[in-house]
Design a protein around this ligand. Structure first.
Ligand code: ADP
Ligand code: ASP
Ligand code: MG
Length: 403
């Protein structure tokens, strides 16, 4: 008998018909003799709708209440799925975050799961019951409802797999696996059969929404193999596991992109030791994450320009901090929030020379200007104008034989 965690995303439970379809997938697994714990997201679009409602009250809506509000979407799908299974004459039961409980640590809207009580759920599984758990949430030490970050049902599924010592964790979604790039944007994207945790972590951190980064990180830390597969077809999905199982014949495995960056240039900054620290220290204290940094060589040996990128949502706060600081002297601040980040990722890059220049050449062939660059062992990211994003992804996809 195999213990399986099956996670169903928002589109997979987006309508009553789809919930009934999911109930049939679970029935099949259960009939085959498996112990099933299903983790569900809210119906597609529901969480966004709830965020919008809170914004109508206030853009600074109270975080504790926001968590109470946002967690409600998963309560609905838990009950509907459990009800659909009961209608199929199966023994099923939903548990809410506080009923399990799922214990979390950290601040509201961005907590992380630290533990869960397992006895009663294990007992129900032993008694041939099917368990339904809401993704994306938990409760704090004080008993307050918390959420664990957008897309967090993936992280719940991985945490459940770890804490319940499951044999398998399957992520059911609206695509049939992880592709070389978003298949809904680039139709020639190719499905990847197997991918390492490291590569998946880079791809998802750099914008491939198909898996939430913190879920991949936990899976990597505890060596929990994952499979991403489709709710709507029976095709084989993508296996995500440790590196030794993977064949690296390609230098680049995938191309990711995100449109949530913004670029800031501070011109005429004094060129002396300590200036960069004076700029970035207050930003870090304000929890603003700086991604790429470029400092131009000063032409007059007195002043220089510093360019860096931050999340687009942080641009206002960043400018406010720079304006207020009396330790930074500069001529001007120029911002550009119509930029995008395009990245190539591949564990094979470590052993293949020339990947960097091929990426730059490919972009220049398309007359795409590179505004900033950052690299790590297995990824190369560039900032470009947002209007060039599709052209860039297509070109890189072809250049690195991913079509
Ligand atoms: P769910 O609601 O099931 O969690 P998500 O919308 O979070 O689903 O993630 C699935 C979506 O991720 C797909 O519809 C696809 O558009 C997008 N996506 C982005 N990059 C990739 C990629 N490299 N491979 C597969 N899907 C991707
Ligand atoms: N419903 C939550 C969200 O939309 C969690 C999830 O779907 O994973 O972010
Ligand atoms: Mg998701």
């Amino acid at each position: 008998m195999v213990k399986k965690v099956l996670k169903f995303g928002g589109t997979s439970v987006g309508t009553i018909e789809r919930i009934q379809h999911v109930a049939n997938i679970i029935k099949k697994e259960h009939t085959a003799g498996n112990k099933v714990i299903a983790v569900v997201s809210a119906m597609a679009g529901k969480t966004n709708e709830l965020v919008k409602l809170s914004n109508e009250i206030s853009e600074e809506f109270n975080k504790r209440e926001l968590d109470v509000l946002l967690s409600s979407g998963e309560q609905v799908t838990c009950a509907l799925l459990s009800g659909a299974l009961i209608k199929l004459n199966l023994k099923a039961k939903s548990w809410l975050n506080w009923q399990i409980p799922i214990l979390t640590d950290g601040e509201h809207t961005n907590s992380r799961i630290i533990n869960m009580h397992i006895e009663k759920i294990n007992k129900f599984l032993d008694d041939k019951g099917i368990v339904i758990i809401p993704g994306f949430q938990g409760i704090s030490k004080n008993g307050d409802v918390t959420t664990i970050g957008r897309g967090g049902s993936d992280a719940t599924a991985v945490a459940v797999a770890k804490i319940f010592n499951a044999d398998k964790c399957e992520i059911y979604t609206d695509v049939d696996g992880v592709y070389s790039t978003d298949p809904n944007k680039i139709p020639v994207a190719k499905k990847i059969d197997k991918i390492s945790y490291d590569e998946m972590l880079e791809l998802s951190s750099l914008g491939a929404k198909v898996m939430q980064p913190s879920a991949v990180q936990t899976a990597m830390m505890y060596d929990i193999p994952l499979e991403v597969r489709s709710t709507f077809t029976e095709r084989k999905g993508t296996k995500i596991f440790s590196e030794e199982n993977i064949d690296y014949s390609k230098s680049v495995t995938g191309v990711a992109y995100s449109k949530d960056d913004a670029k800031i240039t501070i011109t005429g900054v004094e060129d002396r030791p300590g200036v960069a620290a004076n700029i970035f220290e207050p930003l870090s204290k304000a929890q603003i994450n700086v991604d790429m940094v470029i400092q131009n060589i000063s032409s007059d040996a007195k002043t220089t320009d510093i360019t860096f990128t931050v999340k687009r949502d942080d641009i206002f706060k960043t400018k406010e901090i720079l304006n207020k600081s009396n330790k930074i002297h500069y001529k001007d601040i120029i911002q550009n929030d119509k930029v995008a980040k395009v990245s190539i990722v591949g564990a094979g890059m470590v052993s293949t020379p020339g990947v960097t220049y091929r990426m730059f050449r490919a972009l220049s062939d398309e007359k795409i200007n590179i505004l900033a660059i950052s690299t790590s062992e297995i990824k190369l990211s560039v900032i470009i104008d947002e209007s060039n994003i599709l052209k860039a992804i297509k070109k890189l996809h072809t250049t690195f034989d991913l079509d």
